[in-house]
Design a protein around this ligand. Structure first.
Ligand SMILES: Cc1cc2nc3c(=O)[nH]c(=O)nc-3n(C[C@H](O)[C@H](O)[C@H](O)COP(=O)(O)OP(=O)(O)OC[C@H]3O[C@@H](n4cnc5c(N)ncnc54)[C@H](O)[C@@H]3O)c2cc1C
Ligand code: FES
Length: 512
């Protein structure tokens, strides 16, 4: 096996993720005194460098989307991405660090998984999105040997929905390339995809819209959100798009190819991302936003003002404090009329005014006013035996209080937690991590800069800034009752990852 001399021991900083070259390959080194650990450098999520991450004890947090790894074993502890890091043998000789690196060593080790064998029980998953996919993979990796059925109306393998408003709209990326577990991967794990729409949940069985019944021993409800369509004249004209599925993104992307102008409605993250993406695609984009300052309720006024300025500088025509009265056109949308009488001509419209949890449409689930379902810490629905709700539909306890959070990494955390709870519920022993870490919510959004958000704050008394969002890299901490509930950054990713370590250690908010 080839051995590479990768560094002098004295050149490797203590307890800091450090990149080194081993032939053609970059590896990750972590030094503790005279010991060095060598691991895969690329994060299994998007292949980005783990040397940019933050280390605390044996845990390294990827700076980009906060996947967590145990550096002692290489094991992935928190999503996103799927796969453990390779650990390479290290020898220290004469002050030099020598690493054994097999030529054909894959970067990541897919955890062992079982297949359906003798257990006759069945787990049914409603949905094939972020939460359901994570749940199905975890069930097999934890050793569940019964049937796993994944029901979804979407005719394709699980994929990364977050890229639909980014690469797909900005560059016309084929949504087919976003697959996260392909058909072979599902088959290898005996995860059975079923095309269908669940209409009702009853004890021990679900009923699909076509009348098919699927019995379950445990059920995951993770149908995500359905984009809202306002009840306005012309709202269903051809050329008025919604964005949620790969199919809807492909349709919108094809329409963008033939368009010169686009009007987008909604100042949430999807509307803001899509506006920039279509501008990069060369369209004249007008973004209609009801609020005076979009995103200010989530990130506060100062950060929101910076984001607004960045959108304007990128060429997006943002009309704030504006409301749509009607969509007009003969057989296809041709203009959007605002309540103040302004007419904006357009070739296409994207409605991005939020989503409603699909659980509200499924009979038998006690959904709250917004369609979400309140669950316990294990994602189980109180009063419904063996039923778990995850992802965008779940109002779940978090270290920051109960919340319904519509973000991808959170949905995957839910899926994993629900799988573990199902195993316990079905009385199946599973490999237990030494310590279950608190799930700290995290999300990112690709605007003019990459913004990353940690924790959860629905209100705050103060925002503490390190850096000025209008000028350059910054980290903003949202403080309530003397505790940091959340933080957002652009450009200070390492600091945010360090804060993540602190929140894990504290089990939630940390003193300001
Ligand atoms: C365009 C876009 C960009 C995004 N960008 C980001 C981002 O940058 N960062 C971030 O953190 N989050 C982002 N999100 C949010 C993130 O994708 C969601 O929070 C996450 O996918 C929710 O996971 P989920 O499993 O709850 O639902 P989903 O991933 O939506 O999966 C729901 C599944 O249920 C199926 N389904 C629906 N109804 C039924 C039914 N009745 N019966 C059976 N199956 C059903 C659907 O077809 C789908 O397979 C984005 C979302 C979109 C749409
Ligand atoms: S690249 Fe590491 S979490 Fe996304």
């Amino acid at each position: 096996m080839p051995q590479y001399d990768v560094a002098a021991l004295s050149d490797i900083p203590e307890a800091t993720p450090h990149a080194a070259q081993a032939g053609e390959r970059t590896i990750l080194l972590i030094r503790r005194g005279g010991d060095v650990t060598a691991l895969t450098h690329e994060c299994p999520h998007l292949g980005l460098p783990l040397s940019k991450g933050a280390l605390d004890g044996d845990r390294v947090i990827c700076a980009f989307h906060h996947a967590c790894f145990d550096t002692a074993t290489g094991r992935q502890m928190q999503p996103p991405g799927h796969g453990d890091l390779q650990r390479f043998d290290v020898e220290i000789r004469d002050g030099r660090v020598l690493v054994d690196l097999p030529d054909d060593a894959p970067a990541h080790v897919v955890p062992d998984h079982t297949r359906q064998k003798i257990d006759t029980r069945r787990v049914v998953l409603i949905g094939a999105g972020a939460a359901a996919e994570a749940c199905a993979l975890r069930l097999r990796e934890a050793g569940f040997e019964g049937a796993v059925e994944m029901i979804s109306p979407e005719e394709r393998a699980p994929y990364d929905r977050t890229m639909l408003s980014k690469g797909v709209l900005a560059r016309g990326t084929d949504p087919a390339s976003l697959t996260t577990t392909d058909a072979d991967g599902l088959a290898a794990r005996d995860i059975t995809p079923i095309k269908g729409t669940v209409a009702a949940v009853e004890p021990g069985r679900v009923t699909l819209a076509d009348g098919t019944i699927r019995p379950y021993d445990a059920l995951l409800v993770a149908p995500g959100g359905a984009p809202n369509r306002p009840d306005l004249p012309g709202g269903d004209l051809p050329g008025v798009h919604l964005l949620r599925s790969a199919a809807s993104a492909a349709g919108l992307s094809a329409a963008a190819d033939a368009a010169k102008r686009a009007v987008l409605i909604g100042g949430g993250f999807i509307g803001m991302e899509a506006a920039l993406s279509l501008t990069k695609r060369g369209l004249d984009v007008t973004l209609i936003v009801q609020e005076d300052l979009p995103l200010s309720k989530v990130v506060g006024e100062r950060v929101a003002r910076a984001i607004l300025a960045e959108h304007k500088a990128a060429g997006v025509d943002i009309r704030t404090g504006a409301s749509v009265e009607a969509f007009t056109g003969e057989g296809h949308v041709a203009a959007v009329r605002l309540k103040d009488g302004t007419e904006i001509e357009t070739d296409l419209v994207l409605l991005a005014i939020g989503v409603t949890p699909v659980t509200g449409d499924i009979a038998g689930l006690a959904a709250g006013e917004d369609g979400g379902v309140a669950v316990g810490p294990d994602l189980g629905v109180p009063g419904l035996d063996s039923v778990f709700v995850a992802g965008d539909c779940a109002r779940a306890p978090t270290p920051f209080g109960p919340a319904r959070i519509e973000h991808w990494r959170v949905a995957r955390q839910h899926g994993i937690r629900a799988a573990d709870a199902m195993m316990d519920h079905l009385g199946i022993a599973r490999p237990e991590p030494a310590e279950v870490e608190p799930d700290i919510p995290f999300f990112w959004t690709a605007l003019a800069r990459q913004y990353r958000y940690l924790g959860h704050a629905e209100g705050w008394d103060d925002v503490l800034f390190d850096g000025d969002p209008a000028e350059g890299p910054f980290l903003a901490r949202y403080v309530k009752d003397g505790r940091v509930m959340a933080a957002v950054t652009a450009g200070k990713d390492h600091d945010l990852a360090r804060l993540h370590h602190q929140m894990i250690a504290a089990g939630g908010p940390v003193p300001a």
